[in-house]
Design a protein around this ligand. Structure first.
Ligand SMILES: O=C(O)CCC(=O)C(=O)O
Ligand SMILES: [Fe+2]
Length: 337
């Protein structure tokens, strides 16, 4: 049966032109061990302590900063997003993706100025650069553009509102920990410049060796993610890919490139990816804390590792690199030599 979205038909230059043997050579060298990666529980931080005594608060803040410095990834519980919102979001997200491919791709679902639908990887020239997934990219200023989709709009709005506040709270804690201007995020990362991405990873019958999402770092300050129980998210720890164990009660937080630059390399934007599952579909929802396009990102400590750049310049550079080389280069472009 054909997949939905029609990856193989539409990208047959990637899939068909290759013999089985060539395919095996083109996938990531360690993809054969996809299933055998260590299953790792991210550092689990209970945010309830932020409303307890000063020493509880300090301990909680220290754990957040330590995780952001060492692994770049952690998970939080008692984050303020109710189980009810998450359940509704998951159920409406699944329904949204169930619309026929033609409808999703025709932009009738989303007013195109308000959001966009993505599937596969148009810039991929070989299978290792290909992502077997589809996503709705929804700028928060555009939630009202989900024409006629009141059922999905309301859990998205509620999720984004609570997670947006959480993102601000975490960013402030991280800024204070390194003695930097903690109002920066409240001033520059308004909800109108942040966005949400709803991801779906269809079962991948062709090959369990394909990526659901290719290895990347996030181009924002920080990302807050909810994943379902299927699993598949992996990240690099000490140079080795490890699998993140899903926790239905937790939200995953990871540092993005902008925080790494702004903190002068103290907080780590870590490479991560999603691997495909041959039988089950997987869903995740991610909130990206972003500044306005004209915000200048400069290291808050000296001497600067990275030169200053605007968010717009960074995004354009990433897009250009992806278009011309098939992969994101990201922060290394901005290191002061
Ligand atoms: O689906 C996931 O678990 C990760 C998604 C992700 O990394 C992203 O959207 O940037
Ligand atoms: Fe990501």
């Amino acid at each position: 049966m054909a997949s939905d979205p029609p990856f193989e038909q539409s990208y047959n230059h990637l899939f068909e032109a290759l013999s089985e043997d060539q395919k095996a050579k083109q996938v990531h060298p360690e993809t054969n061990s996809f299933a055998n990666n260590e299953i790792y529980e991210l550092p689990l931080i209970d945010l309830n302590r932020l409303s307890l005594t000063k020493s509880d608060q300090d301990e909680c803040k220290r754990e957040i900063a330590d995780a952001a410095k060492q692994l770049g990834f952690f998970q939080v519980v008692n984050h303020g997003v109710s189980r009810e919102i998450i359940t509704r979001l998951q159920s409406e997200q699944a329904k949204l993706f169930k619309h026929p491919f033609r409808e999703k791709a025709s932009e009738r679902l989303l007013d195109s100025s308000m959001g966009s639908y993505h599937w596969g990887t148009p810039s991929a020239t070989f299978l290792m650069q290909f992502s077997w997934s589809e996503a709705f990219h929804i700028p928060l200023r555009g939630i009202s553009g989900l024409n006629g989709f009141d059922n999905v709009r309301s859990p998205i709005e509620e999720f984004a509102e609570v997670v947006g506040k959480l993102a601000q709270r975490i960013a402030k804690i991280l800024a204070e920990n390194i003695g930097c201007e903690s109002n920066f995020f409240a001033e520059n990362c308004l909800p109108s410049s942040c966005y949400l991405r709803l991801n779906r990873y269809p079962p991948c019958p062709k090959s369990s060796k394909l990526f659901g999402l290719v290895p990347h770092t996030d181009s924002d300050f920080l990302t807050i993610l909810h994943q379902d129980l299927v699993g598949g998210l992996q990240l690099v720890r000490d140079g080795v890919w490890i699998s993140v164990k899903p926790n239905p009660d937790a939200l995953i937080i990871n540092i993005g490139d902008l925080f790494q630059a702004w903190s002068n390399g103290v907080y780590k934007s870590i490479e991560h990816r999603v691997v495909t599952n041959p039988r089950v579909e997987r869903f995740s929802a991610a909130y990206f804390l972003c500044p306005s396009n004209d915000t200048i990102i400069h290291s808050c400590n000296q001497p600067s590792v990275y030169r200053s750049f605007s968010f717009e310049e960074y995004r354009k550079q990433v897009q250009e690199d992806v278009k011309s080389t098939g992969t994101k280069i990201g922060l290394p472009r901005f290191i002061i030599k």
